[in-house]
Design a binder for this molecule. Structure first.
Ligand code: MN3
Length: 203
């Protein structure tokens, strides 16, 4: 059975950028629903309940037809959000080190990466995510995914992701997605992003 992860910080830690009530509802209602519905989808398949989440997502088409959508949506939701919570923290340090060097090589400057990421987040129609990933060629790349599709479905390894579903910002920002995106940069946990990058490179 899959379980809701615990936050390593309190609901109000990310204020004033993301308010406590949004964090609480996002984790305990939205993320919890993905976990519950994933478990429900797998309830008739004890052998699948023992698999890792990544295995289930990467082998969707080998799962029983009747649960493929449920596992994609709810398994993807559980996967994406479990990363998302760790990708944020209060008073995170600015990015430095190898990832900053490689971003500068690839994009010219971290501000260019942010602009490109912002565009992916702003232009995602409806619900979805923006991501900084290592794509399947092993290059740093910006992508956007619809709904709860996980980046690993397209062979991309997620380094940093932003939830742009309305439930992630509507209480505080209403329809102002752009203001939410701008504020969110203040709570990015670059140490964690860097750690994921080094792990992906085997360093
Ligand atoms: Mn969400």
């Amino acid at each position: 059975m899959f379980v809701l992860p615990k936050l390593s910080y309190s609901y109000d830690s990310l204020e004033p950028y993301i308010d406590a009530r949004t964090m609480e509802i996002h984790l305990t209602k939205h993320h919890q629903a993905y976990v519950d519905n994933l478990n429900k989808a797998l309830s008739a398949y004890p052998e699948l309940q023992k698999k890792e989440l990544e295995y289930l997502l990467l082998n969707l088409t080998s799962l029983p037809d009747s649960i493929q959508n449920g596992v994609n949506n709810n398994g993807g939701g559980h996967y994406n959000h479990s990363l998302f919570w760790q990708m944020m923290k209060k008073d995170g340090a600015p990015l430095k080190g190898l990832l900053l060097t490689d971003i500068s090589k690839k994009f010219g400057h971290i501000d260019v990466l942010k602009e490109s990421f912002d565009n992916a987040a702003k232009s995602r129609f409806g619900s979805g995510w923006a991501w900084l990933v290592l794509n399947k060629s092993g290059d740093l790349d910006i992508i956007s995914t619809a709904n709860q599709d996980a980046p690993i479905l397209q062979g991309a390894y997620p380094l940093l992701g932003l939830d742009v579903w309305e439930h992630a910002y509507y209480l505080q920002y209403q329809n102002r997605r752009v203001d939410y995106i701008q504020a969110w940069w203040s709570v990015v946990n670059w140490d964690y992003v860097q750690q994921r990058y080094l792990e992906a490179l085997g360093k």
